[in-house]
Design a protein. Structure first.
Length: 235
């Protein structure tokens, strides 16, 4: 793997570890910044995916993009039945009730989004729009993961936490050494579909009942403007 993609994977693991620590030990900090973080992350992810989708469409991948997005959206809906939506920051008791199935869903999601990073973004900086989106949505997801799962028995949590942290490196390894480049391109678009669903869900859950204040609107615009800035920094 290239140095840049290795750094990106390391940042994903680091952000995930920070989120776990916040969720377990700093619950007051978690509750204070949880909703604003979801709002800005959702807006950022949504804008990043749309802009990246537009770029890939004009690069001649129109059919692959469309099918990949569709598969990614429905795959994420399916995974959400196992995880309860933890990957987009939804607080749920699913991890407690259905431990094994929850982890299967979480691992599936993490592997799909990590596989393209190793080769397709091998020489991309960590602030590539899609890599940034993965990093940004990992923070609230890991915070919620730590907040919920940290209440389980210590041994079970340690095992689950290690699996959660290792999914990105394992996904990158599979993408670089095992999966073909053509298939990785499909995985990229599937990951885009998954991120599109996650971003739109984050935004929707923060503006429920179509009632949004100026503060929330400002946070949404901040997320979108950050995504636009990073997109043009990379193109």
């Amino acid at each position: 793997m290239g140095t840049d993609s290795t750094i990106a994977i390391a940042i994903i693991v680091l952000v995930s570890a920070i989120g776990l620590v916040i969720g377990i030990f700093l619950s007051s900090l978690f509750r204070r910044f949880y909703e604003p973080l979801l709002t800005v992350a959702g807006s950022f992810i949504l804008a990043s995916v749309v802009l990246h989708f537009n770029h890939q469409w004009h690069d001649g991948h129109s059919e692959m993009v469309g099918w990949g997005l569709l598969v990614g959206i429905f795959l994420q809906i399916t995974i959400e039945q196992l995880t309860g939506g933890v990957e987009h920051g939804h607080i749920t008791d699913v991890p407690i009730k259905y431990g094994t199935y929850f982890m299967i869903g979480l691992v599936m999601h993490a592997l799909v989004e990590a596989m393209p990073i190793s080769r397709l973004y091998e020489y991309s900086t960590w602030y590539n729009p899609i890599i940034s989106s993965i990093i940004l949505h990992r923070l609230p997801a890991s915070m919620v993961f730590g907040f919920i799962v940290g209440r389980r028995k210590k041994q079970a949590f340690i095992i689950w936490g290690l699996i959660f942290l290792l999914t990105a490196p394992v996904g990158a390894f599979l993408g670089y050494y095992i999966v073909s480049e053509h298939l990785l391109k499909w995985f990229e678009f599937v990951a885009l579909g998954s991120l599109l669903y996650i971003g739109s869900t984050m935004v929707h859950e923060q503006i429920s009942h179509h009632n949004i204040g100026w503060k929330q609107m400002a946070i949404l615009l901040l997320g979108a403007l950050l995504a636009i800035g990073i997109y043009y920094l990379n193109h």
